[in-house]
Ligand binder design. Structure first.
Ligand SMILES: [Zn+2]
Length: 139
């Protein structure tokens, strides 16, 4: 599920400190509901389109649980798609306290070799979304 990207012609994109050069994309975390079914994160203007959602240390928000298998498969496919276009994922910003769940996934070896993961807490918690920066060579 897409989160914010940036303006068509770039430039400052508040409240983000990045998202200025067209190479940053936020994705809202994939979740499963109380029945274990994969559903979109419930976003609306009332929760700042999902950005105000807080997941606890058990990766839960109400009945919703972060689906780390889907998240890691998404990053894997995104990496393959980027390479097909001749570009790369530079880094992924995601809550360092939740990241260990990605280490348990089958493709972690591929992910850690092909993209950097944030290791420090950033200015906003990245629990309900993960931020991906791409690298594109200059012409
Ligand atoms: Zn972002």
């Amino acid at each position: 599920m897409y989160g914010e990207t940036g303006f068509k012609d770039g430039g400052q994109f508040k409240p983000h400190k990045t998202h200025r050069n067209g190479l940053s994309v936020d994705f809202m975390v994939p979740v499963r509901n109380g029945d274990g079914k994969s559903v979109p994160l419930p976003t609306s203007p009332l929760n700042k389109f999902g950005y105000n959602i807080e997941f606890d240390s058990q990766s839960k928000f109400g009945e919703y649980t972060i689906d780390y298998e889907a998240l890691s498969l998404h990053l894997y496919q995104l990496d393959l798609a980027a390479k097909r276009e001749g570009i790369k994922i530079w880094r992924v910003i995601f809550d360092p306290e939740l990241q260990p769940h990605l280490h348990d996934q089958g493709n972690w070896g591929h992910l850690k070799q092909n993209m950097e993961f944030s290791t420090k807490r950033s200015w906003v918690r990245h629990d309900e979304h993960y931020h991906v920066d791409f690298v594109v060579a200059c012409e």
